[in-house]
Each structure stands twice: as structure tokens, then as C-alpha cells.
Ligand binder design. Structure first.
Ligand code: BGC
Length: 907
């Protein structure tokens, strides 16, 4: 017995020992990584609700104190309740340990996602030493109404009554149970505002985003639980907006704590009423008129009569069902438009008695808010303009048919304040008429509105002119993001012109996070596509040519750049066929490889290079050269996209096609005598170089000609909206960055400095200053491609096309004689990238920040390879930094994440 017992004792000791050892072992193997996983996003948004993507893309960022941090594997788990995810029960999806460095663009691959359901997820990663991180915090996403049949409400309106008036919709109801959750799904076109019990829901304005309503109508989803009480009033105002008629469709879905549900829907038979109110007229171009005498306090907050819906005193009528706009209801996947800034203008002048003109000192998009006291019926008008006449009053000629005038009629009850709800203007000056006294500073404020995308870029250097140009470009882009990339915010246009966008995209991507904005906008372009593959010049299509100008490579770039910048692979899969058929269409329009049509080409060059003073077509750059060049470019992009999605057949077909077009281009436009393309002008030569279509043995002659032409024009550009980008880029890349710099820093016409010297705060549409009634916008992004030149060349941050989502990128700054320093940053999807350089005596200091889970190829400027130090140590001693090669005046290294200060000789 004894024996047995002692044997048992020994066995248990042995067992405990094994356990301890095994645990120690496990602990040794399962060492915890010091990396934090955070900033979880789903479809590029933090905890989105109302999503209708069946396989949403997930991303996260890593943060670590150590250098050269990378992820070698990840695991994602998804559950349908917070309890389950807390206990690591992945009943929707467990990706398992996936050996990959991908931390962006990871598509959900679990159990099918259901309408209105909320899902919770978290992620952990393994680092390069196979150390495992902790789980991230829990994030969630919630699906919207995935099927059209989930929409049980109807489109409502007022029938033939009150045409073109802003409609006021109202519905009252009671709730007698505890609410667990409540969601309001709403589509009100043109624009709507939603109130519950008197409070506006959300801080968005001019919602929903613009689409072709016959193809798609965007709906928004709001969590309204905290707004509901026992007795409730819903109020919705709906305005014509862009070019819609007023229609509303909405449903409020309430889940009660006892497990029951209630859905309130718009329809002609569910107790909704409609009327008109103080917004007497509202038009996006002409402005808004508000008669405060017509206000009915409590219309959206009070229940007054038992039979409230038929409260005839207030003119309420039953709503009627109206014809649907025709398009599918689709979740609004981009950031809504919001007020992003408010300023108090300081300059108020009185050019004529009783006429006040406010100078906001900044051209912008938005509106003015008013604070005023006066007698009932006093009428105030605000006229918006970009420029003034000699006499100091506003000049609205260049707004063409847009009246751009807001009117406010006082109700006379003490201090009143007002701002419009459903219009916006592009302006710097406001002319105030009818004000009962001289307005003082603060009576009129100015609100900037745009799609509330985040700013992601900064740039500064020792040349104030370049800083002002940078600011001018950013302000112009910011004034033209209103759910579509508009051409201008002020005149009777405000359309998404695809020719402008072709060169605008790069600059915009460095300055703003457009991951969601472009994913929405490419759908707008696709909506214009016909069966033959052609798209239209503007999207959504209102006017412009059909088919679009072949320079509209922006359709492809929206997908391609969203992939490169944001690792968005879904966008390629979804749009591949559409993109390809646009290229096929262009190919069908070739004769001997040359595209047979063009409308704008390199649009709007300096006037003496235009066909005639009344035209914006270039006289020296053949339209067919531009069209054919872009066919080559697009067909190359399709070949790359095909490779990305594993379609090797298309990859080689389109490669072959680009070769055929390149040959035709060279046959048609190369001039052996001059050694240049077409007329041997700046546009044709720089475009050919950009396309990489120039045979090796001709490159030098083309570059020399380009330089000669710039010199001949006294270091001024002769290019239009497209080739200005290629001119600066090609001069820089082919060894003439100082010449590019001279063009960039010109102050005389035509140049950005000239615009600034003439008072511009945003870019003009023409290189000339003009104020008449033609093509004279003063807030036009198409001339702003210099914005990406600052990032790509001056501070040198460039994505790598083979490593989407900035998992690898380049920092290749060019050092300019005239500059002492340049600094900037770009908040990439992986984290903030910084690059700055400064000249010292006989040296250059280059400081960079490389985000976790990325790798940078850094071009360190130096005249002496051996002189380079990194963080004050000999660079060769730092193991995270690998020497790759030396190129003229640069030593090229591969560098992992971290902050580094490089110092090198520079004589
Ligand atoms: C737009 C431009 C566009 C042009 C093409 C103009 O009305 O404002 O941005 O490039 O049309 O014709």
C-alpha cells in the first residue's frame, strides 16, 4: 500500500513538474509582442452602421516602440454579439492564423452577413519574431438594408401641390415600451433634414450625396434611440437640391427590450402629413429664400391636437405615394457633407449707401449665417461672388446663370439668426443689402462646407511662394468635394468633369482621405456607362459630351489609385468589366491605332496657345495625340489590374494592345527632324515621356527639346489642365528639377505666382485673370496638379505600385538650390509618413518617419557615400537599414519602420 502511495506521490510530483515545465515552455514560445493593434476600420470607416457591402474590407494599424516592426501573420475573429466576441467565440468568422503582412484590404470571408445585424470583431497579429500581440479592442460594423425588399416604406410627396417648394413632412407616434435599439433609414431627394422631437438628427448637411437618381439613391442610417420618448414627432424637410424633385422614403425600425419590434414607414396611408413652410424657395445655384414670418414653432416637436395629422390650421395635408425615382436604394458609403470650419470675416465695407460688402479673404464653398434685429418684413439679401467691380460691389458675371443670392425676411421677434439649409455658394465676397444698420463684425459668419473627409497631408518649405501655392491648391480641392469631385463650386455647373479628374486625382489623394469618396464616385461614373462601353464627360451626367473625351482616364484611376493608396481590391473586382469596356470602346474608335475623336485634349492652355482667343483648345497639342496617349495609358492600367486579379489572359491581351497603340503613336507623332512629338511643344513631349512611350534612343532629344522650349518661353509653361502635371514631373525625373522649380516659382503670367499676385486664394480655370460671363471660374482644381509635385518630388513621398496600401513606398526628395528646407507628411492607410530635409553647412539632414508594418526605399541625397550617418551612428551599423545601391547624388537604402535622422555630405 505504502508503495502504491509513494508511487502515486512520485507520479503526481512528476505530473506537476511536467505541467510547470510545459507551461514555461508555452510561455516561452508564446511570448507577447510589444505591438499594439488599433484603429480598426471596416470599409475604411470606424464602427460604421448601415453598410451594404457583403464582403467588407477590414484594416488595422500597428503601433510599436521598436523599429522595423512588421506583421508576419494575423487572425481576425467576428461574432454576432459583444458577449461572444469578448469570450473569443467566433461564430461568424475565424480567419485562423493567416501568414501575411496584410493589415489593409482584408476581405471578410465568414458566414453570410444579414440585413440590420451588428457584428463585432477583433484582430491580433504575430510579429517578425513570431511573437503574438494581444487582441485589439473590439470594433463593430452594422449592416444596412441589404435587399431592396427590406424597404417596406413608399416614396411620398405632396402630389401636384406646392411644386418646387421645400416640403415639410411630419408624423407623430407614441411608444410605450423600453427601447433596445432604433434605426432611422432615410432617403430624401434632392436634400433632406431630419428632426425628431425638435432636434436635428446628425450634423450632416446637403444629404444625401448626389447620384443619378434613376440609377441609385443613397440612404443614410441613424441611431436615434436616444432621441425617442413616449410621445414623438418626426419632422423632415425635403428640398429639390441638385436636380431632383422632392421625394421622401424612410423607415424607423425600433427593437424593444421585450424582444418585439415596430417599424414606422413612410406611405400615403401611415399618417404622414405634408405642408410648406418658411423656406420659400431653395435651389443649389440660385440660393435660398427664407420668410421667417411663415415659421410655425413646434412643427417638428409638439403634438397639439388629438387628430394632429389633420391639423388644418397649419395647412397639413395627407401625403401621397409618388413615383419612385427609379434607382436602387444604396447605403451612402462616403462621409456626409458637413460644416467643417466657421470664420468671422473682419472686413466690412460700404461701397454705396446701405450696401455692405464683406471680404472673407478666402475663396471657398459654403454659406453665410446671419444675426440680426429689425422690424417684421424687413428683407435682407446676400449676394455671393468671387470678384468685385471697380466700385467695390460684387461682380457675379462669371457665375453665369447661377443667381447665388440668399434672402431672409425677418419676423421681427427680437434677435434672429439664420443660415440656409439646402444651397451652397462658391465665393469670397458677400454683398449685404437691406440690413437695417451697418453690420458689425460677427453679425455675419461664414461656414465652409464639404464632404467631411479627413485632411491627410502637410507641406512647408523655405519658399513662401511655394507655401502659398500649396495652400491655394488645398483650398481649391477642399472647395470642390461635395459628394462628387466638382469642377467648381460657384457657377451654374458644379459637375464631376472626368477630364479634369485625370490629373487632379494624385494631388487630391495626398491631401485628403478619399478612400470612401472615390469608392462612391466610381459608382457614379459606372452609372453613366452604356452598353457599348462609353461613359459620359461628367458623372453624374447632366451635360457634357457622350461619349466622354478619351482623356477621361480618371475612370480607371479611381479604381487603380484606390487600390494603390488604400489597398482596395474590391473596387477592382467590382469595376473591372466596366473599366475594360471603356478601354475596348476607345479601341473601337481607333483608325490605324489612332483614336479618332477628341473634344478638349490638353484643355485651357495660356490663351496665345489656344486655337483662338475664344477657345480653350490647344492649337499645338493635337487632340488625337492626347486621346491616343490615354488609350495607351488606360490599356496598360487594365493589364496591371488584370494581373492583380489573376487574369493572365487579359494581362497579356492589354499589354499587346498598348504596344500596338504605342507603335501607332510613335508612327503618327514622332518627328525625326525636330526630335520631338507633334509640334515639339511642352505638352506633347512631356506627355510622351510620362507615358514611357518614347524609345530609349530618342529620350535625350525629347528631354533636350522640352528644356529648350521652356527656356524659349522664359521658363514659363505653355500647357493646359492635363500636361502641366507631366511637364513638372518629367523635367524633374529627367534631371531638370531646377527648371521645374523655375516654372513652379514664376510670378509672371502664366503661372501660379501670377494668380496669387492678382489676389487668388484658389486656383483659376484659366491662366489669365478674367471676370466676364464665360469660362472664368476662380476656384477650379484642374490647374492644381502642382500639389502632388510637392509631395512626390520636393519631399519625395511616392507609393509603390507593386505594394498597395503603402506596405512599401519610396522617399526620394529632390534638393533644390533655392530651398533651405522642405518638410511634410502624409497620413497613409498604414500610418503617418514624414519626410523633411534641411541644408546644413556642407551637409543635408533628412528626417523620416516610417510607419509600422511598412518598408521604405529611401534616397538619401549625398555627394559622398561614406559620409552618411543615421541617428548619429554610422549608417552601416544599423541593422534595420540595408544599403541597396548608389545613384547619382543619392545613396539608396531599404529601411523598416521607425524615426530616422540621416546626415550626409552635400557640397
Ligand atoms: C468645366 C471644366 C472642364 C470643361 C471641359 C468646363 O465647363 O468647368 O472643368 O474641363 O468644361 O469642357
Amino acid at each position: 500500500m505504502e508503495n502504491v502511495n509513494s508511487r502515486r506521490y512520485i507520479i503526481s510530483i512528476f505530473f506537476v513538474l511536467i505541467c510547470i515545465l510545459t507551461k514555461a515552455n508555452v510561455q516561452q514560445i508564446k511570448q507577447e509582442s510589444k505591438i499594439n493593434v488599433l484603429d480598426l476600420k471596416c470599409e475604411y470607416a470606424t464602427n460604421p452602421i448601415g453598410l451594404d457591402v457583403l464582403s467588407p474590407q477590414l484594416s488595422w494599424r500597428l503601433i510599436s516602440k521598436e523599429n522595423a516592426t512588421s506583421q508576419t501573420a494575423y487572425q481576425i475573429i467576428v461574432a454576432d454579439s459583444p458577449e461572444k466576441i469578448t469570450q473569443n467565440i467566433a461564430n461568424m468568422w475565424d480567419s485562423g492564423k493567416i501568414f501575411s503582412n496584410k493589415s489593409t484590404g482584408v476581405s471578410y470571408k465568414g458566414v453570410e452577413l444579414k440585413s440590420k445585424q451588428q457584428y463585432f470583431w477583433k484582430v491580433k497579429i504575430w510579429d517578425k519574431n513570431n511573437k503574438e500581440s494581444n487582441w485589439s479592442d473590439i470594433a463593430f460594423f452594422e449592416m444596412g438594408l441589404l435587399n431592396q425588399k427590406d424597404w417596406i416604406s413608399e416614396w411620398i410627396g405632396s402630389g401636384p401641390l406646392w411644386e418646387n417648394r421645400v416640403k415639410y413632412f411630419r408624423k407623430t407616434f407614441t411608444i410605450d415600451k423600453e427601447i433596445k435599439s432604433a434605426r432611422f433609414y432615410i432617403a430624401g431627394i434632392g436634400y433632406y433634414e431630419l428632426f425628431i422631437n425638435g432636434s436635428k438628427i446628425g450634423d450632416q448637411v446637403l444629404d444625401p450625396g448626389t447620384t443619378s437618381y434613376d440609377k441609385r439613391v443613397l440612404y443614410s442610417t441613424f441611431d436615434v434611440k436616444n432621441h425617442l420618448k413616449n410621445q414623438n414627432v418626426i419632422g423632415v424637410t425635403v428640398a429639390p437640391g441638385w436636380y431632383g424633385t422632392e421625394k421622401l422614403r424612410a423607415q424607423l425600425e425600433i427593437n424593444f427590450s421585450d424582444g418585439t419590434k415596430n417599424t414606422l414607414i413612410t406611405s400615403g396611408s401611415t399618417g404622414w402629413s405634408v405642408s410648406i413652410g418658411p423656406i420659400v424657395s431653395s435651389s443649389i445655384f440660385d440660393g435660398e429664400t427664407y420668410d421667417a414670418r411663415l415659421e410655425r414653432s413646434g412643427w417638428n416637436s409638439e403634438i397639439r391636437l388629438n387628430n394632429d395629422n389633420l391639423d388644418r390650421d397649419y395647412g397639413w395635408k395627407n401625403v401621397v405615394n409618388v413615383d419612385p425615382p427609379g434607382g436602387k436604394l444604396v447605403a451612402q458609403k462616403l462621409e456626409p457633407i458637413k460644416i467643417v470650419d466657421v470664420i468671422v470675416p473682419k472686413i466690412i465695407k460700404e461701397p454705396k449707401p446701405g450696401i455692405y460688402v464683406i471680404d472673407t479673404e478666402q475663396n471657398m464653398a459654403g454659406w453665410a449665417s446671419l444675426k440680426i434685429k429689425g422690424t417684421q418684413g424687413t428683407k435682407i439679401t446676400l449676394k455671393f461672388a468671387e470678384s468685385l467691380y471697380e466700385d467695390g460691389t460684387v461682380n457675379q458675371e462669371n457665375l453665369r446663370l447661377a443667381a447665388a443670392k440668399d434672402t431672409y425676411i425677418l419676423n421681427g421677434n427680437g434677435e434672429e439668426s439664420w443660415e440656409p439649409s439646402f444651397t451652397y455658394h462658391g465665393f469670397r465676397y458677400i454683398q449685404v443689402e437691406g440690413f437695417p444698420y451697418k453690420p458689425i463684425i460677427g453679425d455675419i459668419k461664414v461656414k465652409f462646407i464639404r464632404s467631411a473627409v479627413n485632411s491627410v497631408g502637410k507641406f512647408k518649405c523655405s519658399n513662401e511662394l511655394l507655401n502659398s501655392i500649396f495652400k491655394m491648391v488645398v483650398s481649391t480641392e477642399a472647395s470642390n468635394l461635395h459628394s462628387i469631385p466638382t469642377d467648381c463650386p460657384q457657377r451654374d455647373e458644379r459637375m464631376g468633369w472626368l477630364n479634369d479628374l485625370t490629373v487632379r486625382i494624385d494631388q487630391a489623394l495626398y491631401n485628403f482621405d478619399l478612400s470612401r469618396f472615390y469608392a462612391k464616385y466610381i459608382d457614379d461614373v459606372k452609372d453613366t456607362q452604356r452598353d457599348d462601353g462609353s461613359i459620359t464627360c461628367t458623372a453624374p451626367f447632366r451635360w457634357g459630351n457622350n461619349p466622354a473625351d478619351p482623356v477621361s482616364a480618371s475612370y480607371l484611376l479611381l479604381a487603380f489609385q484606390s487600390y494603390i493608396f488604400y489597398d482596395n481590391i474590391n473596387i477592382i473586382n467590382e469595376h473591372y468589366e466596366g473599366l475594360k469596356s471603356w478601354v475596348d470602346y476607345l479601341y473601337s474608335r481607333t483608325e490605324n491605332g489612332i483614336v479618332n475623336y477628341s473634344y478638349y485634349g490638353d484643355w485651357s492652355p495660356p490663351i496665345k496657345f489656344a486655337v483662338n482667343p475664344g477657345s480653350a483648345n490647344s492649337k499645338d497639342t493635337p487632340g488625337s495625340l492626347m486621346s491616343t496617349g490615354y488609350l495607351y495609358y488606360c490599356s496598360n492600367i487594365i493589364s496591371q489590374l488584370a494581373r492583380t486579379i489573376g487574369n493572365s489572359e487579359d494581362e497579356s491581351t492589354y499589354k499587346q494592345l498598348s504596344k500596338e497603340i504605342a507603335d501607332a503613336f510613335n508612327r503618327e507623332y514622332w518627328n525625326e527632324q525636330t526630335g520631338g512629338y507633334a509640334s515639339n511643344n511642352q505638352a506633347s513631349n512631356s506627355f510622351a515621356l510620362f507615358l514611357k512611350i518614347v524609345p530609349e534612343n530618342r529620350i535625350q532629344r525629347v528631354v533636350n527639346n522640352l528644356v529648350e522650349d521652356v527656356k524659349k518661353n522664359d521658363f514659363h509653361l505653355t500647357t493646359g489642365n492635363l500636361c502641366t502635371k507631366y511637364l513638372l514631373e518629367m523635367l524633374t525625373e529627367y534631371g531638370h528639377h531646377e527648371i521645374a522649380y523655375k516654372i513652379a516659382t514664376q510670378k509672371t503670367y502664366p503661372s501660379w505666382g501670377y494668380m496669387l499676385d492678382n489676389g487668388a486664394t484658389t486656383l483659376w480655370e484659366r491662366w489669365e485673370y478674367a471676370t466676364g460671363g464665360a469660362m472664368n471660374s476662380h476656384n477650379h482644381p484642374m490647374m492644381g496638379s502642382i500639389g502632388s509635385w510637392f509631395y512626390k518630388y520636393v519631399i519625395g513621398i511616392q507609393p509603390n505600385n507593386n505594394a498597395p496600401g503603402f506596405s512599401e513606398f519610396t522617399i526620394h526628395p529632390y534638393i533644390f538650390e533655392d530651398l533651405d528646407f522642405a518638410e511634410g507628411e502624409f497620413d497613409s492607410i498604414k500610418g503617418k509618413i514624414k519626410s523633411s530635409w534641411k541644408k546644413g553647412s556642407g551637409s543635408i539632414m533628412l528626417s523620416v518617419v516610417i510607419p509600422e508594418n511598412t518598408n521604405a526605399i529611401i534616397y538619401i541625397p549625398t555627394t559622398k557615400l561614406k559620409s552618411i550617418t543615421a541617428n548619429n551612428k554610422n549608417i552601416n551599423r544599423i541593422k534595420e537599414i540595408k544599403f541597396l545601391r548608389s545613384e547619382s547624388q543619392y545613396a539608396v537604402y531599404s529601411v523598416g519602420s521607425g524615426s530616422y535622422n540621416f546626415k550626409s555630405a552635400w557640397l
